[in-house]
Design a protein around this ligand. Structure first.
Ligand code: GTP
Length: 337
């Protein structure tokens, strides 16, 4: 969530990990190309690879389109990023990714999904969703925030922690109550201005939120919520306790699911291949039955085979000679060298 305090939170957990005994400095990736400065020193920074302003200029894009395209360009290099991260995984306990704040840009983009899947299939991963607690006290805002969180959970299927930030300014107790007590949320909703129309009937918005809160009640069971202040450091230890619990969840639930999905994909691929071969063989049989003379001539000739030694098919790697396609055509100009 933009402005919720993600960067400040990353800086806080960074300094917590540096100062804890024994010290455990994390490996940090900044994936937000538009950020002007970060309060932490990133080990890998998207801004070193992609020039966000150049991307906007070259493709004639606005800020969001610019971030998305910069992220797309960066994703083409993500295998290199991943190998750097994997090399360091032996020596660091935590790898932190600070993402662009707009949910559409990261969670719902192909690049975001590629990055998330790549990281999650090589390291135990947890999603921390940072919420601006003082700006979430209205039931409607709270609900839209929870719907966002819910969509990220269902998209990534990864262990998930709701981080209620800025608890120095606003305690997150109200949120915990609404999450655990459905009736308390309903009461808050009913007491809020604008929930009934002129005739005292619930407004459309109110009825919708009532129904959705029933759905969300089920979703809350799958989440861990912690309250923190990135400003003062309160709650950071509890956050790391939740991260440790998530590691177990990742190993017991996400990894077996990942292995199942991979096996199913492989099975489908094999079945498709076999089906294509079967259909090709059948077509060949029909063809031979219809043209017996041509079929008789079309036999393997071992002598001809000896003459023609170069039977190997060479796959051409086009990417080494030139880039084709809209995205990559001008890309080298936007990529820093
Ligand atoms: N009171 C209070 N303010 C905070 C806290 N954490 C962050 N802030 C303030 O919230 C504002 C936004 O913080 P950032 O860390 O820049 O937020 P962000 O989510 O990275 O913002 P974007 O980069 O725009 O997505 C800054 O003014 C911070 O000082 C906190 O725990 N308490």
């Amino acid at each position: 969530m933009a402005g919720a305090g993600k960067s400040t939170f990353v800086q806080r957990i960074n300094s917590y990990l540096h100062s804890k005994e024994p010290s455990s400095p994390p490996y940090i990736l900044n994936l937000d190309p538009a950020v002007t400065s970060t309060p932490f020193e990133a080990n890998i920074d998207i801004r070193d690879t992609v020039n966000y302003h150049e991307v906007m200029k070259q493709y004639n894009l606005g800020p969001n389109g610019g971030i998305l395209t910069a992220l797309n360009l960066f994703t083409t290099k993500f295998d290199q990023v991943l190998s750097l991260v994997e090399k360091r995984a032996e020596t660091v306990d935590y790898v932190i990714l600070d993402t662009p704040g707009q949910i559409e840009i990261f969670t719902w983009s192909a690049s975001g999904a590629i990055i998330t899947d790549a990281v999650a299939s090589s390291l135990p991963t947890v999603v921390a969703y940072i919420i601006d607690t003082p700006r979430t006290t209205a039931p409607a805002t709270f609900m839209s925030n929870m719907l966002y969180a819910c969509s990220i959970l269902y998209k990534t299927k990864l262990p998930f922690i709701l981080v209620f930030n800025k608890t120095d300014a606003q305690s997150h107790d109200f949120a915990l109550e609404w999450m655990h007590d459905f009736e308390a949320f309903q009461a808050a909703l009913a007491s809020h201005r604008g929930t009934t129309d002129d005739e005292g009937e619930p407004t459309y918005m109110n009825s919708l939120m009532n129904s959705m809160s029933l759905v969300l009640d089920e979703f809350y069971k799958h989440l861990t919520a912690v309250g923190v202040s990135s400003m003062t450091g309160a709650g950071i230890k509890e956050f790391f306790d939740a991260v440790e619990a998530s590691r177990t969840e990742y190993e017991n639930e996400y990894l077996p699911e990942l292995a199942r999905a991979r096996a199913a994909r492989e099975e489908t691929l094999q079945a498709t291949k076999q089906d294509s071969i079967n259909r090709m063989m059948k077509d060949l049989e029909i063809d031979r039955a219809m043209n017996p003379e041509a079929a008789a001539r079309d036999r393997w000739d071992p002598e001809a085979e000896d003459e023609d030694e170069d039977t190997e098919i060479n796959i051409i790697d086009r990417s080494t000679s030139c880039f084709l396609g809209g995205l990559m055509t001008n890309a080298p100009d936007c990529m820093r060298r």
